[in-house]
Design a protein around this ligand. Structure first.
Ligand code: KIV
Length: 271
């Protein structure tokens, strides 16, 4: 949105950005230090994603993540920002049984973290949950296409919406819009499919591996910053190499301590 005068990003600013063709920027964040940096840099929204499972807790997937895992992280992020809109991710197993469970989970995030909205995965299958949460006055960001919480059901990290599957993607997009979502994440879908969804919807689309024809972009911060170990998805552009920087720094520290050159007199107190 790049409107630095904006004191606090609200859901209406997402809508306005789409109407005016202004791109929305989003990143994940799991702690107050990165949240503060991203907020000051003008990133529009921060997602306290269940990707914390991989990036904070060391799980292989997002499936083991619990509400109690995410609440302290969401509280830290929401407490660190002045302008950015903070979205808390609803983890696997916290909303699927129905609208009552979904609302209960959303209440916990809103009351215990000061986040501004929640996100949940699924299109048609999650529409009733979205409707109930929105009817309680809580903004919902939807998430369709590849939905990591269903990775076993989907047969792995598989691109969604290819060929005839685009009809299902469109049906999911319409369902979450009709249910009242203020924005929808499209993850790992072909650029052309994302363009069709974006053209059809009134609400903004936020792409994660969905090409350029969407209303905004979202990335997992540890991926673009070169902090993640191992392979990162093709759609990620790497803007830094924090892993190398930190490895060099820690190696230099260890070498200095072992050689007795740290601490020097400048790091020591006098009597
Ligand atoms: O948890 C997360 O980081 C996400 C994004 C990848 C969309 O859900």
């Amino acid at each position: 949105m790049a409107d630095e005068a904006l004191k606090r990003v609200r859901t209406r600013h997402f809508q306005r950005a789409k109407e005016n063709g202004i791109k929305i920027t989003g990143l994940t964040s799991y702690d107050q230090l990165t949240a503060g940096i991203f907020d000051e840099a003008g990133i529009d929204f921060l997602l306290v994603g269940d990707s914390a499972g991989n990036n904070v807790y060391g799980y292989d997937t997002t499936l083991p993540v619990t509400i109690d895992d995410l609440i302290p992280l969401a509280r830290a992020v929401a407490g660190a920002v002045k302008r950015a809109f903070v979205v808390a991710d609803m983890p696997f197993g916290s909303y699927e049984t129905g609208p009552d469970e979904a609302l209960h989970t959303a209440f916990r995030f809103m009351k215990e973290t000061a986040a501004h909205a929640v996100k949940l995965e699924g299109g048609v299958r999650s529409a009733e949950q979205i409707r109930r949460i929105v009817s309680a006055g809580i903004p919902v960001m939807a998430h369709i296409g590849f939905t990591p919480q269903s990775e076993h059901g989907l047969g792995g990290h598989v691109i969604q919406g290819r060929g005839e599957q685009v009809e299902q993607l469109l049906a999911d997009a319409r369902a979450v819009q009709d249910a009242g979502a203020f924005a929808v994440v499209l993850e790992m879908v072909p650029a052309e499919a994302a363009a069709r969804v974006t053209a059809e919807l009134r609400i903004p689309t936020i792409g994660v591996g969905a090409g350029p024809h969407v209303d905004g972009q979202l990335l997992v911060w540890t991926d673009w910053a070169g902090f993640t170990k191992g392979r990162i998805p093709k759609f990620v552009k790497q803007y830094a190499n924090l892993r190398e920087t930190l490895t060099d720094a820690v190696t230099a520290y260890r070498t200095d301590v072992e050689a007795g050159s740290y601490p020097g007199p400048e790091h020591s107190y006098e009597d």
